[in-house]
Ligand binder design. Structure first.
Ligand code: ZN
Length: 214
């Protein structure tokens, strides 16, 4: 019963939208895109957190299922939602070749600096989740919402995750070989959450839309 009540309390977070509180150095369109990405990342992460179970996607990104590992993943995702909903997420748009944006970096955070997301120009070239596909587009295998979650998991108060691997191919291999690292790896959270959304799309008949009236 306690778990059920906790889930209800957690899902009640759905009623108010998350958004970035401030966006330093960003153009108007960058500010809008960042706000959209943070809001949708919050929804994506809620879905991912309530979808944790002993199923294929968990094994794909976090290795074989165990209760302690599932608890770690759930706690990290719930902490990310709490952070995104705290009103304390802020965005800084870093210019090309600016601080930390060299070598193809698309976003970065400083772990104790809650919750400042530094977004490089490449971030804004990533697809949004609603147009992306799991096999990746021209920008590879990442989305703006997934990147926001990736960065959020790094913070001290969220998951203190590392970057043990990047890319879907390498991180899927790591889940099998080293699940202990996978549950502490930022990209693994990103791909799990993105895939939960892709999977939920597949289970909807094409063309079906939400019912909006009686
Ligand atoms: Zn990272």
């Amino acid at each position: 019963m306690r778990c059920f009540l906790a889930l209800i309390a957690f899902l009640s977070c759905l009623s108010a939208p998350a958004h970035a509180q401030s966006a330093d150095g960003c153009s108007k369109s960058q500010r809008q895109m960042a706000a959209h990405a943070v809001g949708d990342a919050n929804q994506m992460t809620i879905m991912a957190a309530v979808s944790i179970a002993d199923h294929e996607l968990f094994a794909k990104w976090f290795g074989s299922y165990s209760t302690p590992n599932a608890e770690t993943v759930r706690a990290t995702l719930k902490s990310a939602v709490t952070a995104m909903r705290s009103g304390r997420v802020s965005v800084q748009c870093v210019p090309a070749q600016g601080d930390g944006c060299q070598d193809g970096t698309i976003a970065w955070v400083s772990r104790p600096q809650a919750f400042v997301l530094n977004l490089c120009p490449g971030f804004f070239d990533l697809p949004m989740l609603d147009t992306a596909t799991p096999d990746g587009g021209p920008r590879g295998d990442s989305t703006q919402e997934g990147t926001v979650l990736h960065e959020m998991t790094h913070f001290q108060q969220v998951g203190r995750t590392e970057d043990y691997c990047y890319t879907r191919r390498v991180c899927a291999e790591m889940a099998t070989a080293r699940p202990g690292n996978a549950i502490r790896n930022a990209d693994s959270y990103q791909y799990f959450a993105e895939d939960i959304i892709y999977l939920s799309r597949q289970s909807q008949p094409p063309g079906k839309t939400a019912k909006s009236g009686p």
